[in-house]
Design a protein around this ligand. Structure first.
Ligand code: FES
Ligand code: FES
Length: 151
């Protein structure tokens, strides 16, 4: 199966029904994508598929053929991803860190003009059992504000 992973073409020989989450962590060695519930409830495994945040535990490998996948490793190399990572550190948006890659990828498609409600909606499928959500929302707001200033 061939797809684009973090900007590079990648071919993976695995069963077409294997979960994208397992392919990323196993075959591709990208362990930044986390497994929480394994059934589409927590968002810890979020990646971007053609720019849309999806739960990689629910996506079979066959579904990504010819598409673009961005994981936290790829996002971390972008300006938006870096701004989000820094903001999560500075604003206390991460504690154990299990939910953080998913939070960052769920927030990555937001524009710098996103409202608080839009931020809440974008992160609605991502659960955190450590921080409580105010610090997470504050982190995203801070990153969006920083990216607006950088324009
Ligand atoms: S591990 Fe995929 S949604 Fe929880
Ligand atoms: S920081 Fe631990 S689950 Fe969110």
């Amino acid at each position: 199966m061939r797809f684009t992973l973090n900007g590079k073409s990648r071919t993976v020989n695995a069963h077409p029904m294997k979960r994208l989450l397992d392919v990323l962590r196993g075959e591709c060695g990208l362990t930044g994508t986390k497994e929480g519930c394994g059934e589409g409830e927590c968002g810890a495994c979020t990646v971007l598929l053609d720019g849309v945040a999806v739960d990689s535990c629910l996506v079979p490998l066959a579904h990504v053929a010819g598409k673009k996948v961005i994981t936290i490793e790829g996002a971390a190399a972008t300006r938006t991803g870096k701004a989000l990572q820094n903001a999560f550190v500075e604003q206390g948006g991460a504690q154990c860190g299990i939910c953080t890659p998913g939070m960052i990828l769920a927030a990555a498609p937001l524009t710098s003009h996103a409202s608080f409600d839009e931020i809440r909606t974008a992160l609605a499928g991502n659960l955190c059992r450590c921080t409580g959500y105010p610090a997470i929302f504050r982190s995203v707001q801070s990153a969006l504000k920083a990216s607006k200033r950088a324009r």
